[in-house]
Design a protein around this ligand. Sequence first.
Ligand SMILES: Cc1ncc(COP(=O)(O)O)c(C=O)c1O
Length: 380
Amino acid sequence: MDPLHWLDERADTRRAAGLRRELRPRAAETPAIDLASNDYLGLVRHPEVLAGAIAAVHRWGTGATGSRLVTGTTEDHARLEQELAEFVGAEAGLVFSSGYTANLGVVTALAGRGALVVSDAGSHASLVDACRLSRARVAIAAHRDPAAVDRLLAARTEERALVLTDSVFSADGDLAPLVELHRVARANGAVLVVDEAHGLGVRGRGGRGLVHELGLSGAPDLVVTATLSKSFAAQGGAVLASERVRAHLVDAARTFIFDTGLAPAAVGAARAALAVLRREPELAGRVRERAAALARIAGVGEPDSAVVPVILGDAAAAFDAAQACRGLGVEVGCFRPPTVAEGTARLRLTARADLTDAELTVIAGVLGEVLDLARERVAS
Ligand SMILES: Cc1ncc(COP(=O)(O)O)c(C=O)c1O
């Protein structure tokens, strides 16, 4: 008997529900307008960012050569950590090989058996997996609901507790009530962990993130996690926190210890992207303004971030609409269950700071046509 026969059944079920996923290798040169990537600041081909990556490869080679604790920490890793921490107003930084491993590392190292982790219902999958891996008791709080978090924290028997949330939620682009969450966490002796993957480069003065915007930077009981793969046009992740937390992660975060250090090219690219953003702080405002333009075109409410969700509801309708956009030269994201809740399948448009007015005109034509049809289909 074929021990994997059930894979075909699962595939059939997903196909019938319009939930099959496929990989579409990109060509290097494509005329398509990109509204699907997370290259929010449009820096992924910026000459200085390319030069930063190339210089790092020439200096250090193509790989980090080992785990961070052995040979995988170059002087440039240390510089990037300092620069990122300084940028967001944290005491210290620690770079991981991805935002995913940064989240796993923080939560597993700061929680563990005998702790409580309270996570927003909309937290990113990497935080969800971090909860599972932590062996802590996990409680899910309603989305953006500090009162629910307060109740869960107050009723706990565990001494230690962590509260987890995205700052900008990846599927809806909405914002976490960070001031209230921090107040509630502090009142209950808990640590707040904020994933700024979609906040850095977009929110806050010069793109310093939502934590900075709300005056929470540097709080000793707040830990920021970040990815270098979105606004910073590279790859990798970071934790930005106190020296004390950083030192603990170096000792105890398994995804830091048992993982090869971030490749030098990514370090060099991220440093260069950060330098561009520091020199051109207006990029953050520009991506927000472009997002607002996309929202007007799509007929949805004003966004709080670079993410513009266009909810269609039905998974097959969303999938077909995304395909139609692609056929007309506009690449859009398509989020379906289980990434988003049942009945909320959507197109996910992401703005870039370098979207031109001419591109917006093309987008208006394409989205106008595709969304009219999709909305009619869903309504009938
Ligand atoms: C909110 C959020 N956190 C973490 C991650 C993971 O970051 P990375 O891609 O660097 O692993 C992502 C997406 O990539 C994300 O959207």
